[in-house]
Design a protein around this ligand. Structure first.
Ligand code: SAH
Length: 263
């Protein structure tokens, strides 16, 4: 589909949370690739936060969008979670779920999947309550700024998490590297950066609207993380791509890194 390619500040007006949820997180819609990518993420997040030893006081999720799936394992490993996004409408959508308001998105299939991974499929309600208690702040963020959460003041974090947001927000590879540096600056020394990216993307659809996607290679992601002063502990590449009607990406990758003492 041709038409305008949205990017940058367009997110504030054009990104529709409901359309994003329907496009990528409709569990029974037959969009097999989208479900596979979600499961890949949930498995990797489970591994990282349940058995991988990444945990602590504060986790900051950057570019959360309207989604909470990325926090389902993390909420067991952190005392406090701060979520953030560039747009008001995504923060409202998150708030709806956190406050169990009418019209909130139903994440129960993802919750169930994570509870099964964690070995107790009867814990779904308890996990949802735990996540709702653990999220203490919803903040605006902009990863194109050196202080992505400014003007909010946050304590140094034990973990910064960001999934599928940097390749949407950064216009080029230099901006991507700078954004990674900005995220690393939010971490304590020894803290972890956990990121997942769609690779080789050019654009992706949110409902009928086309948004810019920065084409990244796995090596670009790893190198940016290293140059920002982190040691890459794990970099999991997976050749799955989103449905062609939704995105032009080729493969995805999931990276866990640790900030060194002098970064
Ligand atoms: N993390 C979610 C959302 C990905 S969609 C998920 O895993 O599905 C891309 C997100 O990037 C949107 O929520 C959008 O608001 C956010 N975004 C766009 N520009 C941004 C910027 N400059 N800084 C931070 N986030 C941005």
């Amino acid at each position: 589909m041709e038409g305008k390619l949205y990017a940058g500040e367009d997110y504030k007006k054009e990104f529709d949370p409901q359309d994003n949820l329907k496009t990528y997180y409709a569990f029974d819609s037959g969009t097999v690739a989208e479900n596979e990518i979600l499961k890949f993420n949930l498995k990797n997040l489970f591994q990282t936060f349940s058995s991988g030893g990444v945990g602590g006081d504060i986790l900051i999720d950057i570019g959360s969008g309207p989604t909470i799936y990325q926090l389902l394992s993390a909420c067991e490993a952190f005392r406090e979670i701060i979520v953030s996004d560039y747009t008001e409408q995504n923060l409202w959508e998150l708030e709806k779920w956190l406050k169990k308001e009418p019209g909130a998105y139903d994440w129960s299939p993802a919750v169930q999947y994570v509870c099964e991974l964690e070995g107790d499929r009867s814990r779904c309600q308890e996990k949802e309550s735990r996540l709702r208690r653990t999220v203490t702040q919803l903040l605006k963020c902009d990863v194109t700024q050196p202080h992505p959460l400014a003007p909010a003041q946050v304590p140094p974090a034990d973990c910064v998490l960001t999934l599928l947001a940097l390749e949407s927000a950064c216009p080029d590879a230099d901006a991507y590297r700078a954004a990674i540096r900005g995220l690393v600056s939010l971490l304590k020394p020894g803290g972890h950066l956990v990121t997942m990216a769609a690779l080789r993307s050019k654009h992706y659809m949110v409902g009928a609207k086309k948004f810019f996607g920065l084409p990244l290679e796995k090596e670009t992601v790893e190198k940016a993380v290293q140059e920002a002063g982190c040691q890459v502990l794990r970099c999991e590449y997976c050749p799955i791509s989103y449905s062609e009607v939704h995105s032009t990406n080729e493969g995805i990758c999931f990276v866990v890194a640790r900030k060194g003492p002098r970064a």
